[in-house]
Design a protein around this ligand. Structure first.
Ligand SMILES: Cc1ncc(COP(=O)(O)O)c(C=O)c1O
Length: 403
């Protein structure tokens, strides 16, 4: 099939819900993607955080091929060796005390499970989420997501989920009532523009939740698996939640959602009260085992920390050069650049020049590259961004359209 045919067929046959770039990707390796014409891209989109190990990591490829020949599916009403192995590896890296997991297929499902579990365990209905937070688009997760463009077309949503201003302990305190089951938030808000909380906020929140007997849920769907330079984002502040939501990179690129909780909390679920058909499939679990092995054996968390530091320094250097950059933020390889205007033109321009970058909201460029991104690739991304920003500045200065 030709490029145009693929684009036309996808547009015709697939629900039109994704903001598409007109690029047909056919191959990936590490932090490099190739399109159907053989054009090479530095991948700073990282599949919205999924491709954290890099595309087609050899350990994951080998594990998937081997498992596909052995057993692909096995319902969780039967035991399976790969599932057990994955659960052991997973709970050997999760923060202390978070040792009981429910396995699903996506980030939103991991949040659904967390909301249901909090309600079931506490017997209370209310969930406090953050303004600016993002938790997915199924009805429960969407109810905790803030952006009204996602929420409003689907009202009414799940009741008793309310939002408070982020990073403000007093506002959380005021919002807690005797009906509150849990506070749910991302340790670093991703979709909301790469917002790192002020030091002390998460520690204060942990203390507040303990005092008020309210559960603390961290949505680490985007901040875990070493992305931020620590295995889990919450480790930057030494805070452990009661329930944690995981997904994106945990199966090396295959679909997975994980809700991990303290054992006595997960025990609130009785048989049949929560499930999904694909929970812990052998194929996904084999990929997950290989992914965790690669993460640990290749010291990728440390690499994310050091390459992230280098990347951030280069972005800060660009800030010194381009007045249209308002702020550079983030930790590890979860980086954001806030511009003084809409970023989508820059996203399109850099893609044209061989660097794929994400947006986060209207005016933030978001970088979620694989941990295996090389220094040369970071340098290319910076050089391309530099040119794109300069072109945009010049176009704005002369007040002419930029392309
Ligand atoms: C923090 C967070 N939670 C939940 C989700 C939803 O995950 P999924 O798209 O896999 O349902 C996302 C997706 O971007 C996310 O970033």
């Amino acid at each position: 099939m030709y490029e145009k045919d693929i684009i036309d067929q996808e547009n015709k046959l697939m629900a039109n819900v994704f903001g598409k770039r007109q690029i047909v990707i056919t191959k990936g390796k590490g932090a490099t993607l190739w399109d159907i014409n053989g054009k090479e891209y530095v991948d700073c989109m990282g599949g919205y955080g999924v491709a954290l190990l890099g595309h087609c990591h050899p350990k994951v490829v080998a594990a998937v091929c081997k498992q596909a020949e052995t057993l692909i599916s096995c319902h969780a009403s039967l035991y399976n060796n790969k599932r057990t192995e994955f659960l052991e590896k997973l709970t050997s890296i999760t923060p202390k005390g978070l040792n009981k997991a429910f396995l699903s297929n996506s980030g939103a499902e991991s949040v659904e499970c967390a909301i249901k579990l909090a309600r079931k365990y506490t017997g209370k209905p209310e969930i406090i989420a953050m303004m600016g937070g993002y938790h997915g688009k199924t009805m429960g997760a969407l109810s905790a997501t803030w952006d009204k463009k996602y929420r409003e077309p689907f009202l009414p949503l799940v009741p008793e989920i309310k939002h408070v201003p982020p990073d403000n302990l007093e506002k959380v305190k005021e919002a807690i009532t005797d009906k509150t089951a849990a506070v749910l938030l991302e340790p670093i808000r991703g979709e909301g523009g790469i917002r790192v909380p002020p030091d002390g906020f998460l520690q204060g929140l942990r203390q507040l939740c303990d005092e008020k007997n309210v559960l603390l849920i961290f949505d680490e769907v985007q901040t875990s698996f070493g992305r931020t330079g620590k295995l889990f984002g919450c480790e930057h502040w030494g805070v452990t939640p009661d329930i944690m939501c995981l997904a994106k990179p945990f199966a090396g690129g295959l679909p997975i959602g994980i809700t991990v909780a303290k054992e006595h909390i997960m025990a609130a679920f009785k048989v049949g009260e929560h499930s999904t058909t694909f929970s812990g499939s052998p194929l996904v679990c084999a990929a997950g085992c290989a992914a965790i092995d690669a993460l640990i054996e290749e010291n990728l968390t440390e690499k994310a920390a050091s390459m992230g530091k280098y990347f951030k320094e280069q972005l800060e250097a660009l800030q010194g050069k381009h007045t249209i950059i308002k702020e550079v933020r983030g930790k590890g390889l979860m980086l954001g650049v806030e511009l003084r205007f809409d970023v989508f033109n820059i996203v399109l321009k850099t893609a044209e020049k061989g660097v794929l970058i994400l947006d986060a909201g209207r005016n933030v460029l978001r970088f979620l590259p694989p941990m295996v991104i090389t220094k040369a690739q970071v340098d290319k991304a910076i050089a391309v961004l530099d040119v794109a920003l300069e072109e945009e500045e010049n176009a704005r200065a002369s007040n002419t359209p930029s392309n």
